[in-house]
Design a binder for this molecule. Structure first.
Ligand code: HEM
Length: 385
């Protein structure tokens, strides 16, 4: 196993023979990487098991690597997630807001049913977000009690609640051969297979009812690309279509529902924020009409609260790993071909130079003296490139 760091790699903690830097406290990944940044600067490297991982912690460096060198820094690594569970592929946008509004109405009713009593909102948010993704992927929303929706939601939660397992198996792939499913690899894989089965069933249903003049949802859109698109030498297969839909559920459910949970936590902790948001909505949006994306310019304070939630609640602190498909030469070091690249969105969103007292929730940091949105480009919740 290669555990020595060549001289021109970004600096990093000394590596131990055979295990590299796996001796670091990776359970507290956020804290460990923050300490490494203090010691080694805005770009440093770790040797984890069989892989070199380069962590980038400043906006300038993230831009230099992911945007200026985007053509050789945009691949995804063959991690356990990608090699065994997912085949990454791109997708396009379809109208979605009306589905979200419908789901919001149901969510409001479900919250009212609780009559102000305490309860754990996690599952309800998971179901609601999955249902929105069902709407724009499959063209149908389910009742919350529907067994298919509940299975789908549970499977996605099983996958997303095990990031440690996926990380461990990426850097120490031989662990998946341990007997009795000691690290939980088989459990995650079973959940993925079930998700794949459900998405495949929908792909078949859509192929059987597809009409080129009536594109109902993302699945139809992808089938349309497959049948009518001019892709030259590239053939879209049914498997690829299914994988795109899997990816939407896997990438969209946990991120969105956790962001919503952060939002609820912050506004419960700060009731004055709730009141100010409510007042802004009452003053600027017609009564009894749902708030839509078009209203956002009239609601700068609400926008500022959302921005501050995305900043302080950064749900993807190290984004998703990229992989260098060639050596990337930077001013004072190089990122070797095949290295994992982790853009540290945590470093950007909690940067003390940009954000005074970054650990505190303070929406006004995104408002200028006229009460209009400012500084929104200083955060990077969705990464770059
Ligand atoms: C607050 C909510 C969300 C946050 C903070 C978030 C954040 C991110 C980040 C940081 C990445 C990595 C980008 C990169 O590597 O360059 C990503 C990728 C992605 N996100 Fe989101 N996301 C959110 C919601 C969603 C939703 C609702 C969907 C779709 C239903 C979605 C679909 C995807 C997909 C398909 C990818 C690419 C995955 C891949 O390449 O394998 N995300 N997201």
């Amino acid at each position: 196993m290669k555990t020595r760091r060549p001289w021109n790699y970004p600096p990093g903690p000394p590596s131990v023979p055979f295990i590299g830097n796996l001796n670091l406290d990776l359970k507290n990944l956020l804290g460990t990487l923050r300490q490494c940044r203090k010691k080694y600067g805005d770009i440093f490297s770790l040797i984890l098991g069989t892989e070199t991982v380069v962590v980038i912690c400043s906006r300038d460096k993230i831009t230099e690597v992911l945007v200026k060198n985007g053509d050789i820094a945009s691949d995804r690594p063959r991690s356990f997630f990608y090699s065994e569970l997912l085949t990454p592929y791109g997708y396009d946008r379809l109208p979605y807001e009306k589905n979200i509004l419908k789901e919001v109405t149901v969510l409001q009713e479900k919250l009212k049913e609780k009559q102000g009593l305490p309860f754990d909102v996690t599952e309800l948010l998971h179901v609601s977000v999955s249902n929105v993704i069902c709407c724009f992927s499959f063209g149908k929303r389910y009742n919350h009690e529907n067994k298919d929706l509940q299975t789908l939601t549970k499977v996605v939660a099983d996958i997303s609640s095990n990031p440690d397992v996926v990380g461990l198996l990426t850097f120490l792939p031989f662990l998946k051969y341990l007997p009795f499913d000691l690290v939980g690899a088989k459990k995650v894989k079973r959940a993925f297979n079930l998700l794949r089965y459900l998405c495949k069933q929908e792909t078949i249903r859509h192929k059987n009812t597809y009409q080129r003049d009536n594109i109902r949802d993302i699945l139809d859109y992808l089938i349309n690309l497959q049948l009518e698109g001019d892709m030259q030498d590239f053939q879209i297969t049914d498997e690829m279509i299914t994988e795109v839909i899997i990816e939407l559920f896997a990438a969209g459910t946990e991120t969105s529902s956790t962001s919503l949970r952060w939002f609820l936590l912050f506004i419960i902790k700060h009731p004055a924020i709730q009141e100010r948001m409510h007042q802004e909505i009452m003053e600027n949006v017609e009564a009894n009409v749902p708030v839509t994306l078009q209203d956002r310019h009239k609601l700068p304070y609400c926008q500022a609260v959302i921005l501050e939630t995305l900043r302080l609640g950064t749900v993807a602190p190290f984004s998703l790993p990229h992989m260098a498909t060639d050596d990337i030469d930077l001013e004072d070091c190089m990122i070797p071909k095949g290295a994992y690249i982790l853009p540290s969105l945590d470093s950007i969103n909690n940067n003390e130079e940009d954000f005074h007292n970054p650990d505190e929730f303070h929406s006004e940091r995104f408002l200028d003296l006229e009460g209009q949105i400012t500084n929104h480009k200083t955060i990077l919740p969705f990464s770059l490139g």
